[in-house]
Design a protein around this ligand. Structure first.
Ligand code: NDP
Length: 247
């Protein structure tokens, strides 16, 4: 059946580039009114222009997920029009041996990916509970939150934390019909990582993916729409890996 999000308002964090930008376009195409949040407001305005030109509805909101005041300001704005869907996507990485990782690099990754996800999900859940019409929160974790790899200790720890945060929130919020699920992408091609995946190390990594190819952002669309629409109405606390079959 057709997944329609008409009449739904969705917030996508980290929508100024990469997967977040793609997710916002997918939700708008499905009929949702999309609020796109990030720090680079020009990139958000550019995205909103594209969505509106394509017949969708979108507006930009400045948002720094590491800054509680910024989150509070964003949500006092969002509260006026309501919120049905949160795609908790903003994230950063630090690729370094655990032996060399500095405290500030650790803090930056954990503050953005784990604490930022918590603060935004909490604000969304509070608003959804007050509205009394349920809601869907999709936390963008990573397969690196489920499996290990070298040189991504802080990132892996943050994403494993997001997976457990998801399960805890789902358990508590189910009674309000607020569903909370984790989407764990595998290796997905975006502008930022294309050089790496063309390198020898990147190609070697791709050869280890059972489907023998890098994921494309569109490979995530089905899972995203499932978790945030009526199609997934009885799914909560789930961890859905979309990774070409990582072993
Ligand atoms: P990008 O670097 O392209 O996008 C990251 C986004 O997060 C940007 O829009 C950035 O916007 C935003 N962001 C970073 N810090 C903050 C902040 N403090 N407040 C608000 N927004 C912030 O990365 P991807 O698109 O690849 O990644 C998106 C998500 O998907 C991340 O959570 C990542 O961990 C996850 N993921 C990605 C995979 C991949 O292969 N690409 C695989 C698995 C998971 P701005 O700088 O404007 O604030």
């Amino acid at each position: 059946f057709r997944i329609a999000l008409d009449g739904h308002v969705a917030l996508v964090t980290g929508a100024s580039s990469g997967l977040g930008r793609h997710f916002a376009q997918v939700l708008a195409q499905a009929g949702a009114t999309v609020i796109v949040g990030a720090r680079r407001i020009n990139a958000l305005n550019d995205l909103c222009g594209k969505i509106v030109d394509g017949g969708g509805q979108a507006r930009a909101l400045p948002l720094d997920v590491t800054d509680r005041a910024s989150i509070e300001e964003a949500f006092s704005d969002i509260a006026a029009g309501g919120l049905d869907i949160l795609i908790n996507n903003a994230g950063v990485t630090a690729t370094k041996s655990v032996l060399d990782l500095s405290e500030s690099e650790w803090d930056h990754v954990i503050d953005t990916n784990l604490k930022g996800s918590f603060l935004v999900a909490q604000a969304a859940a509070r608003l959804m509970k007050t509205q009394g019409r349920g809601g869907a929160i999709v936390n963008i974790a990573s397969i690196l939150g489920l499996r290990v790899a070298g040189h991504v200790a802080a990132y892996s720890a943050s994403k494993a934390g997001v997976v457990q945060l998801t399960k805890s929130m789902a358990l508590e919020l189910a009674r309000y019909n607020i569903r909370v699920n984790a989407l764990c992408p595998g290796y997905i091609a975006t502008e930022l990582n294309q050089n790496f995946f063309q390198s020898e190390a990147g190609q070697a990594l791709v050869r280890r993916i059972p489907q023998r190819r890098l994921g494309q952002p569109a490979d995530l669309d089905g899972a995203l729409l499932l978790l945030c629409s009526k199609a997934g109405s009885y799914i909560t606390g789930a961890t859905l890996a979309v990774d070409g079959g990582h072993l």
